[in-house]
Design a protein. Structure first.
Lengths: 80, 192
């Protein structure tokens, strides 16, 4: 079902993008992906986009805790 | 023997106070995750209070020296899963045809000059787009995404918190990221 880098390198590169960025690919696949990314601007751009997107999501999703909630949580403590 | 009893109680109280203080110190970080597990701020606040009340009650089951943030989030995610179950929402089962390049291709295609660099493509997304898209991810997938990509937990920690195998964490995470990208693509479409 899955194709290799020799058959359809860009499809294979897309398939391994998430494990590549999560650093869980095995050495052989990682080396193959790196070789392809070195010469393929199409895939390289999409990998860089994914990295930026992950950073963007991480920052955009942060919302500080309302100060009143912290007080409510502290009030839940067992009285001494 | 009766002399040691007050000492034991005092030691017990000290341990409890230390636990409660450490748990409260982590509350900002726990909230950051909790806020994205649910769609509204009110829900997040309820969930936090319920989780902290339970944590304070069962502080003895926490092993000092282990990951307290993960322990707290395990309580919180369990409560949240119970609530979700009560609401009878079904996790999304529909097939997802889009690949991982889908969002980029879509955003780049909508760019007037085409073939622009990835930073310019990303500028088309706003913070609200991300918040809305995250809220639209079905909760089973969102839990994993929020723990790993926002809460910075490892796969192993997320597996322990959610009480699912690591393999399930990975497959849900991959799917969650794709769903998120599809939702982001939809957001951009709505705005266009």
């Amino acid at each position: 079902m899955t194709v290799g880098f020799e058959l359809d390198p860009c499809a294979k590169c897309e398939e391994v993008m998430q494990p590549f960025l999560d650093r869980i690919l095995d050495d052989t696949e990682r080396a193959e992906a790196e070789r392809h990314l070195d010469k393929c601007g199409y895939c390289a751009r999409r990998y860089r986009f994914e990295e930026s997107l992950r950073r963007f999501v991480r920052h955009a999703a942060v919302e500080s805790m309302p100060p009143a909630l912290k007080q409510k949580l502290a009030a839940l403590r067992t009285p001494l | 023997m009766s002399e040691s009893e007050p000492r034991r109680l005092a030691e017990d109280a000290r341990s409890r106070v230390r636990f409660e203080e450490e748990a409260l110190e982590l509350s900002d970080q726990v909230y950051r995750v909790a806020r994205r597990l649910v769609s509204s701020r009110e829900e997040a606040e309820d969930l936090m209070q319920e989780a902290y009340a339970r944590a304070f009650r069962s502080w003895r089951s926490y092993t000092p020296g282990t990951n307290l943030r993960a322990w707290l989030l395990r309580i919180l995610t369990n409560l949240n899963i119970d609530r979700a179950r009560q609401r009878q929402r079904r996790p999304e089962e529909q097939p997802l045809e889009e690949g991982d390049y889908f969002l980029y291709n879509k955003l780049e295609g909508a760019q007037r000059d085409g073939n622009s660099d990835e930073e310019r493509v990303l500028e088309r997304l706003s913070q609200d787009d991300v918040v809305d898209a995250l809220a639209a991810v079905p909760h089973d997938f969102r839990d994993v995404l929020v723990l790993v990509d926002i809460g910075d937990f490892t796969y192993a920690d997320a597996a322990q918190i959610l009480d699912i195998p690591v393999g399930t964490v990975m497959s849900r995470l991959h799917r969650a990221r794709r769903i998120l990208k599809r939702e982001l693509a939809d957001q951009v479409e709505v705005e266009a």
